[in-house]
Design a protein. Structure first.
Length: 92
């Protein structure tokens, strides 16, 4: 009389079906990865711009105290209408 059945091998059909599911999961994760990378890049650029501004602020004050015209020395980002030509900006 059979009292117990022990199956140790997983279903081959379920293994075959899980392949497309895993592929769909991987493909749908790509746009999220790209978006998070772009967000991180934007945050890094903002941090760099703030650090540059923090570094140049005392220099601008010293230049102003030394007699330089404030019209010729701006801390604005090139795309905001000041500073240098935008062709010299590596982030533009």
């Amino acid at each position: 009389m059979l009292r117990k059945i022990n199956i140790d091998q997983p279903s081959q059909f379920l293994s075959f079906i899980s392949i497309p599911v895993d592929m769909v999961k991987a493909i749908t994760a790509i746009p999220g990865s790209i978006l998070s990378m772009k967000i991180q890049n934007t945050q890094d650029q903002a941090s760099l711009y703030k650090a540059q501004t923090d570094l140049l602020t005392p220099i601008a004050g010293a230049a102003k105290n030394a007699g330089f015209q404030s019209d010729n020395f701006t801390l604005n980002h090139p795309t905001q209408g000041g500073g240098i030509d935008s062709s010299h900006c590596p982030t533009c």
